[in-house]
Design a protein around this ligand. Structure first.
Ligand code: ASP
Length: 436
């Protein structure tokens, strides 16, 4: 049997009770040789994540406010874990050092990373595994670009020396040794990088849900779980808002062909979702999942004989680029072209952008449709079947949802529809009912 890398997210390592569950999981399979941990997350709804508290300490210092109380809350949580687990990791020495660095102006990346650092030490002590720091092994360039090949080599060489190890998630180092973190939720990325470095058979990502669901449970009651999904399908769903895994965690696993298994620490018997290269593995299922995202606007441009013009799309894109606005979709007709942009990216710039479009493109008319939501129906199984769009559009029509835009990726793996935000939930429910 091959090596398994198990990454545990914040809620799986939030306190001694949760850590004890992770211990049972790890000990249940001797192939779980490399473990990656997040910082302790929330223990209950109103609780604080350690990472947030660490950032807060840094903010207090920057504003010359006392930070000691917040720091003490962090120390108390780790000390309670140390006592309840019956391990000894010399926390006081670590706290002193972190405090000293804080006072000497250490970066917020350094401060934030200490959550994972301390937790990995604690977990290693609990399991009797080696602690292997990510500093000096997960490598970034001076400009902060993740160096994947250099990291793969350095980490692979180091982990060969350790039969079993715990590695802190979320951070690595610049060439000068200073700490650099990934974006929030980045321990998922570390887990995938470790899995690649040790050529794992599977990358297990343990969290507090039993994998991906076919639709958002806040909208659809008891949606079916997704047992298998391809990397590509997941990318489409994540892009549209289905979030369980950091999207940058997919790439390292994918290049190495390592499947990712999303599992639930609180329900370890559940099989979870398996993410791999196989598309359409759920053969009886036409669609794999539905995801949606709110707050988009459509800028619809009409110009007589637009289709005959050269460079129209380029000029339009360059206007949006000048204003740092990403184009989400670009549905077109013969003499019309629309761009779908997120409200967030165009906030406060709409008037200026429209002026520029009028000046540089001389359109016949421009219409703005705001309050749009996008819904992606994703499934590798869709392309081979007849009547998928018919089913989808009929379902929406019967539910009284007016479709404002349709876009289908060339992979034919998804159909995206734009609907008014007031119809968002109804549309998702209707699509779900039609296919599932
Ligand atoms: N602790 C970090 C965060 O809260 C990273 C992680 O948990 O993945 O974002």
């Amino acid at each position: 049997m091959g090596i398994k890398v198990a990454k545990f997210g914040g809620s799986s390592v939030a306190d001694a009770i949760q850590l004890t569950k992770t211990k049972e999981i790890i000990e249940a399979d001797k192939n779980r040789r490399y473990v990656v941990v997040s910082a302790p997350g929330k223990r209950y709804g109103q609780d604080n994540k350690i990472t947030d508290l660490l950032y807060l300490c840094k903010t207090h210092i920057e504003h010359n406010l006392p930070y000691e109380q917040v720091f003490q809350v962090i120390c108390d949580r780790y000390m309670a874990m140390e006592i309840n687990l019956g391990v000894n990791v010399d926390l006081l020495k670590e706290f002193d050092e972190i405090k000293r660095n804080l006072q000497e102006g250490a970066s917020s990346d350094y401060i934030a990373s200490r959550g994972e650092y301390l937790n990995a030490m604690m977990t290693a002590a609990m399991l009797g595994y080696d602690f292997v720091d990510a500093a000096g092994l997960i490598l970034f360039s001076e400009k902060g670009r993740f160096l994947e090949e250099e990291t793969n080599k350095a980490l692979g060489d180091e982990l060969k020396k350790h039969e079993r190890a715990v590695i802190p998630g979320f951070y690595g180092t610049y060439p000068d040794g200073k700490i650099k973190t990934f974006s929030r939720g980045g321990s998922d990325i570390t887990g995938a990088i470790v899995a690649r470095a040790v050529s794992a058979e599977v990358y297990e990502n343990w969290t507090d849900v039993s994998g991906f669901l076919m639709a958002d449970p806040r909208i659809v009651k008891n949606p079916k779980p997704i047992s298998r999904i391809s990397y590509k399908e997941l990318r489409e769903l994540s892009y549209m808002g289905a979030s369980v895994l950091h999207e940058d965690a997919i790439y390292p696993a994918r290049v190495a062909g390592i499947p990712i298994n999303i599992r639930n620490t609180n329900r370890p018997a559940d099989p979870g979702t398996m993410i791999d290269a196989d598309s359409g593995a759920q053969t009886d299922q036409i669609i794999t999942g539905i995801a949606g995202s709110k707050d988009f606007s459509v800028i619809a441009i009409y110009k007589n004989r637009l289709s005959q013009e050269r460079g129209f799309v380029r000029r339009l894109s360059s206007i949006l680029e000048d204003y740092d606005i990403a184009i989400e979709h670009m549905p077109s007709g013969i003499d019309t072209l629309s761009v779908v942009v997120s409200d967030k990216s165009i906030e406060g710039k709409m008037d200026e952008v429209l002026e520029e479009i009028k000046r540089k493109l001389e359109p016949g008319s421009i219409d703005i449709f705001d309050d749009m939501s996008l819904i992606a129906t994703v499934g590798a199984g869709m392309s081979k079947r007849l009547g998928v769009s018919a089913t989808l559009f009929t379902a929406l029509a019967e539910a009284g949802v007016n479709i404002r835009m349709i876009d289908q990726g060339s992979s034919e793996m998804n159909i995206i529809v734009g609907v008014e935000t007031k119809d968002f939930d109804r549309a998702i429910q209707a699509i779900y009912d039609a296919f599932v």
